[in-house]
Design a protein around this ligand. Sequence first.
Ligand code: ATP
Length: 270
Amino acid sequence: MAQDEIQLVVDRLEAIYNHSIVALHGVSLTVRRGEILALLGANGAGKSTTLKAISNLLQAERGQITGGSILFEGLDVSRTSPAELVRRGLVQVLEGRHCFRSLNVEENLVTGGIGRGSSRAEITSDLERVYALFPRLREKRKEISGLTSGGEQQMTAIGRALMSRPRLLVLDEPSMGLAPLIVRDIFRKLKSLNQSEGLSILVAEQNSTVALQYADRATVLENGVAVLEGPAATLRERDDVKAFYLGESRVSTDGAPTHPRAAEPMAPAA
Ligand code: ATP
């Protein structure tokens, strides 16, 4: 597969909850093989809904795709079960560092290999790989996950996803509730995996500062619509973008919010 080949295409995605609440009404984004794409947006912008749709998990939340399409390596996601998507290499770490709290760390990791259908030998070598990346998990491997720290639980959740041998790793707010040093450590490890193995990563974050530091490109959501996309390096420089879309709104002298698109447009999202 060529380096710049598009791996995931989300095209004008629309989604609702409970047959009525519109959560997305026009989200388009692409992930290229081997890149890190950050999905940014304020609270409630639609990041989690987009990611759940990408793993075909919306139904479990009484949600539904009502328009648009999602193709992962040419596969129509809406017609593929979540388990099959994992086997095909689309693996998600859900928001809130989901671990089986009553299992120990190693048992949690092993479930990722079982979900993929790995052999015993593959599970053994994949465990070594995860422990090499997160030495802390090796130390804690016999501890009950529910008793480990938030950072360790997040590492366990990521490690479990890696045990499924993802081709595209999707993460929903890995920084949530974690201390800044731990957040940086986790992002550094994700970046090193991306660089050493060419693993593609799609990461939704409210913490745009850290996400833009490690991502190659970013797509910004606002009220269920993708409004901007561009290289992370460009977005990093744009304080107005951050201020307008990602929380603190800046106000111009006439009292109206300063809109970055009016000033110096980046590529508006399709
Ligand atoms: P956050 O960072 O707070 O998770 P987000 O950008 O991920 O924000 P979503 O969680 O995708 O945003 O929410 C998008 C919209 O859909 C919001 O208006 C939210 O209230 C609504 N929503 C999300 N989940 C549900 C649900 N299970 N049932 C009904 N509405 C929902």
